[in-house]
Design a protein around this ligand. Structure first.
Ligand SMILES: Nc1ncnc2c1ncn2[C@@H]1O[C@H](COP(=O)(O)OP(=O)(O)OP(=O)(O)O)[C@@H](O)[C@H]1O
Length: 620
């Protein structure tokens, strides 16, 4: 290795400085992860070499067996991690070490809160990459050469991680990358082979290439298992092997909730190992997934399935590996779009995940509760995206309910199991926020009669119920829409049957309110759903609720202006008093009843100032 040029100095991109700063401060207590990160990069570099060599096997040069070596020099106080992977040329180094190339990292920086504890957890989930070397090193030197390029295209990169790095062209015979860490003060533990062996086994045991430790004078020693874990027979694997592999794959410090390991034999053979994580990644709701299942073809890593071909999008929280024996090695994203084998893998994997979730719910409700709070919102996209599996997904849903103060832990099966005799539908109510839904006037008659109503307070719920019309033969019905047919509801007590026809003076009031409200409503009618509130808004059975209308309008949709019905509680004291008071200003009272009902339903007033003026006038 001879140096052929004087070094040039470059500045780190501002985000790199920010990342370095943060990492060094918040990850110090976890500093041994630097080795995991560098080994993971080396393994990626080996995967990329193997992949490119499919087209051009001269890239292997005379060194076809991928490996990583860790060499210790106690006198110089350095460790050097060397791989014979794809390597980098000058442009690669400029792009990768000094800037933050991945859009994911940028999003990660945007997600930071400034709260050290929370941020440290984010970093843990994220995987911090090359820059983690600076947690233990006060100087890092990289020598690298890209596979297939001449020795003179070697590059030397050096930095103390403070703001600048030096770049120099060098001649380098060996393909791949060597990273030398000049350890900082107090980091001598990393010069001990025993300590390094322990870290490698802890974090990188299942990396599918050999990791060799070179002591000062001993022969190289392979310290990891170095085989693709998913190819090993299940009976040979312990839970701890699966958990360790998961951590290596995801950097998630939490153990997974469960996993599925399957080998499908025959003429379209493949193996899959799928995990259900316990905690939500920070970017679960970003439009682009930053992760996907890892697709291998005969042990060669092909790509991360970020476009959700191997599993539908509503299962995007699943992590793991699919390894096919029968896909072509040069499989491209386009081929993945239209491939029967991929469709079969997708169908079977979807079923495996849904079945595993059902088993988890059955065997370990507490773990299922964790799953639901992390990923339930995503699973609710399922019936819309995958109608074929809607019934299965419906069985996995959990809701808040009028019969359950904690939750959400009521399943549709729980609900159906305790429906009252004669009850014909599963009732639910949607709205914005649990408190608003729980206190909605629409629930009054249901409460009175002891009929359970599921409380759906998330925006996605409106879509969910629009696509889930029944469960196991029982229809789902909104408690807040359409005319409520009380004959459908079982009676709480026979003698409580309310007289549904209001008396004449109330009916006259209802008619007059209809006239004064005019165009603002489609009708004013006597209500069967209210006991404690004077009035409420009802939209048609097949219309969007006010809350949903507002969301759609905010998203730029032009909705046909459907007018709601105003329902009046004929027995409410305010109503009976108004019915008996000829002098009351019905223009004010009518508008007030309508507007307070709109507010309670999550709607928005066209003229809030008029509402307040009117209220003040009536309070006067
Ligand atoms: N040993 C290596 N061989 C070849 N390229 C490397 C090596 N280490 C890093 N790189 C390149 O530098 C880039 C940045 O590395 P870094 O570890 O910061 O991020 P990453 O690997 O993309 O992310 P993460 O480690 O979080 O998965 C890599 O994507 C890769 O292109």
């Amino acid at each position: 290795m001879s140096e052929t040029q004087t070094p040039e100095t470059h500045e780190f991109q501002a985000e790199v400085r920010q990342l370095l700063d943060l990492m060094i401060h918040s990850l110090y207590s976890n500093r041994d992860i630097f080795l995991r990160e560098l080994i993971s990069n080396a393994a990626d570099a080996a995967d990329r070499l193997r992949f490119e060599a499919l087209q051009d096997d001269t890239l292997f040069e005379d060194d076809p067996e991928p490996r990583v070596q860790i060499a210790v020099d106690k006198n110089a106080r350095t460790i050097t991690i060397t791989d014979n992977g794809i390597g980098m040329n000058r442009a690669d180094v400029m792009d990768n070490l000094g800037t933050i190339a991945r859009s994911g990292t940028r999003r990660f920086l945007d997600a930071l809160t400034g709260d050290q504890k929370q941020d440290a957890q984010l970093i843990g989930q994220f995987g911090v990459g090359f820059y983690s070397a600076f947690i233990v090193a006060d100087r890092v030197v990289v020598h690298t050469r890209r596979a297939g390029e001449p020795a003179e295209n070697g590059v030397r990169w050096e930095s103390d991680g403070r703001g600048e790095y030096a770049l120099q062209s060098v001649s380098r015979q060996a393909r791949g990358t060597a990273i030398t860490l000049h350890l900082g003060e107090d980091q001598d533990e990393f010069l001990e082979p025993q300590r390094l062996r322990q870290i490698v086994r802890r974090y990188s045991d299942h990396i599918a290439l050999p990791i060799e430790l070179l002591g000062e004078d001993d022969a190289p020693e392979t310290v990891n298992q170095a085989s693709a874990l998913w190819m090993r027979p299940k009976r040979e694997l312990e839970d701890s092997d699966y958990e360790q592999f998961y951590q290596q794959l995801t950097f998630d410090p939490e153990k997974p909730l469960t996993w599925m390991h399957n080998s499908v034999e025959g003429n379209q053979a493949y193996t899959s190992l799928l995990y259900i994580p316990a905690q939500r990644p920070f970017d679960l709701f970003e439009p682009e997934s930053s992760h996907g299942l890892r697709l291998y073809v005969r042990r060669v890593f092909i790509m991360e399935d970020k476009e959700n071909r191997l599993l539908p999008r509503y299962l995007r929280f699943v992590r793991g590996v699919v390894d096919s024996d029968d896909l072509p090695l040069n499989v491209s994203r386009e081929i993945l779009q239209h491939n029967r084998l991929i469709d079969r893998i997708r169908g079977a994997s979807t079923k495996r995940v849904l079945d595993a979730l059902a088993r988890l719910a059955e065997d370990d409700p507490q773990a299922y509760g964790r799953f639901w709070s992390a990923f339930g919102t995503v699973l609710k996209e399922g019936p819309v995206e995958d109608p074929g599996n809607a019934e299965k997904i419906a069985g996995l849903l959990r809701f808040h309910s009028t019969h359950d103060e904690t939750g959400p832990n009521v399943s549709l099966a729980d609900y159906v199991g305790r429906m009252q005799s004669g009850q014909k539908a599963i009732y639910y109510l949607t709205g914005e926020g649990l408190a608003a839904v729980r206190n909605s006037p629409h629930l009054e008659v249901f409460r009175k009669r002891g009929i359970e109503v599921l409380l759906l307070a998330e925006p996605i719920d409106e879509w969910l119920v629009a696509h889930l019309s029944e469960y196991d033969g029982t229809p789902l019905r909104s408690a807040g829409k359409g005319e409520l047919d009380l004959d459908e509801l079982p009676e709480a007590e026979a003698d409580e049957k309310a007289d549904e026809t209001p008396d004449a003076s109330v009916q006259a009031l209802i008619d007059r309110l209809g006239e004064t409200l005019g165009e603002r409503v489609s009708a004013v009618r006597s209500s069967t759903r209210l006991t404690d509130s004077p009035a409420c808004i009802v939209v048609g059975e097949h219309e969007f609720g006010l809350n949903m209308q507002r969301m759609l309008e905010a998203a730029g949709h032009d909705l046909p202006a459907e007018k709601p019905v105003l329902e009046i509680n004929p027995t409410h004291p305010l109503i009976t008093r108004l019915a008996g008071d000829e002098s009351a200003s019905l223009a004010d009272w009518g508008a007030l009843l309508l507007e307070q009902s709109i507010l309670m339903d999550g709607g928005r007033l066209d003229d809030p100032a008029a509402f307040v003026r009117r209220m003040n006038r009536l309070l006067d």
